[in-house]
Design a protein around this ligand. Structure first.
Ligand code: XMP
Length: 321
């Protein structure tokens, strides 16, 4: 079925919310639904829509896949607690890291995440809870990029011909699939999400594994996690669409404490974009770039080189994997 985009200029947030709440209520009936909340704009908006429609009959989980940013599980649970939404934290770190071990191909990594998420982690939660539906925050850009063959976004299933009921044992509902990021921010605001959530820069479903080139190991994730924290601290005042750190696979010769060190490279990206379809590198002041290089190489002992991506999307994409 073709999905019709709702453009931001045609979006009436209150009407949209009313309609989606009714759709969720009538589809789920008296049953239960589950959803995974990552704390990003999309899953946060869906969580609020689902809670408006189902109240306690929506079970919300934060799946800790071991690939999230520093402090993220606690931050998300406490933010939603203030909104009256209970979030169950699920420790699935070992499952995801085991599934990713030894894989270097980007699409194979994405496939491993998809299978672990929908089959293992969610399959179990759905079986245990008796829910028949999974609510998720797929957006219009995810569908478009996957179908165009640019990147297999982790959350695209039915649009690729996957029958989720047969494959995973539950049906998937995607209430914001007609919207792009700017529309979802409007909906999030109208649903009463705090500004720090509805204005949050996007973060990909495969999380930090989309930012590790080559094999994902706990050590390499930890390195990119620390670099991400520095990049977010330094660039959060830029109003850019998204900013990130990438760990490269190749190492280069550098110097640490006057000695040769064959060390790691971190690439920083910072994007100006409206909807992630196209993007341009933000023209960051050189002082900011200097500070990033200095902090990353000082605070992360194995890193000897920091680069800034100067390529537009296309031909680059926003994430590296
Ligand atoms: P790319 O890298 O394709 O990213 O230019 C476009 C936007 O989508 C985010 N992204 C993802 N989001 N699942 C998601 O939910 C994914 O698999 C995924 N991959 C990329 C990315 O952060 C950017 O905002």
């Amino acid at each position: 079925m073709k999905i019709e985009e709702i453009r931001i200029e045609d979006l009436r947030p209150e009407e949209f919310i009313k309609q989606k709440v009714e759709e969720i209520s009538s589809t789920v009936g008296n049953g239960l639904a589950v959803n995974a909340l990552s704390g990003g704009v999309d899953s946060s908006a869906v969580t609020m829509l689902g809670h408006k429609a189902l109240g306690e009959r929506l079970k919300t989980y934060f799946i800790d896949n071991g690939l999230m940013r520093q402090g993220e599980p606690g931050y998300v649970a406490s933010t939603f607690k203030k909104l009256g939404v209970h979030v169950d934290l699920i420790d699935a770190r070992k499952q995801f890291l085991d599934a990713l071990a030894g894989i270097t191909d980007p699409e194979e990594k994405r496939e491993a995440i998809t299978q672990t998420f929908y089959k293992d982690a969610f399959g179990l939660l759905v079986r245990e809870s008796g829910a028949k539906y999974l609510l998720q925050g797929t957006n219009y850009t995810d569908v478009e990029e996957t179908l165009a063959g640019i990147k297999r976004q982790h959350n695209i299933l039915e649009q690729l011909g996957i029958n989720t009921e047969e494959t995973y044992g539950y049906r998937v509902m995607e209430p914001i699939i007609q919207l792009r990021k700017s529309g979802i921010r409007e909906i999030g605001k109208a649903l009463g999400l705090p500004e720090e959530i509805y204005k949050r820069p996007p973060f990909p479903g495969p999380a930090l594994s989309a930012r590790v080139i080559g094999e994902v190991t706990p050590e390499r994730i930890e390195l990119v996690r620390k670099a991400t924290k520095i990049v977010e601290e330094e660039l959060s005042n830029t109003e850019a669409f998204q900013y990130l750190a990438i760990l490269h696979e190749d190492r280069v010769t550098g110097m640490k404490e006057g000695k040769r060190e064959y060390g790691f490279q971190i690439e920083v990206r910072c994007w100006d974009s409206v909807d992630a379809i196209t993007g341009s590198p933000t023209r960051l002041p050189h002082d900011t770039l200097d500070r990033l290089a200095e902090r990353i190489t000082k605070e992360l002992a194995p890193v000897v080189s920091v680069t800034y991506n100067i390529t537009k999307k296309p031909p680059s994409t926003i994430e590296a994997v």
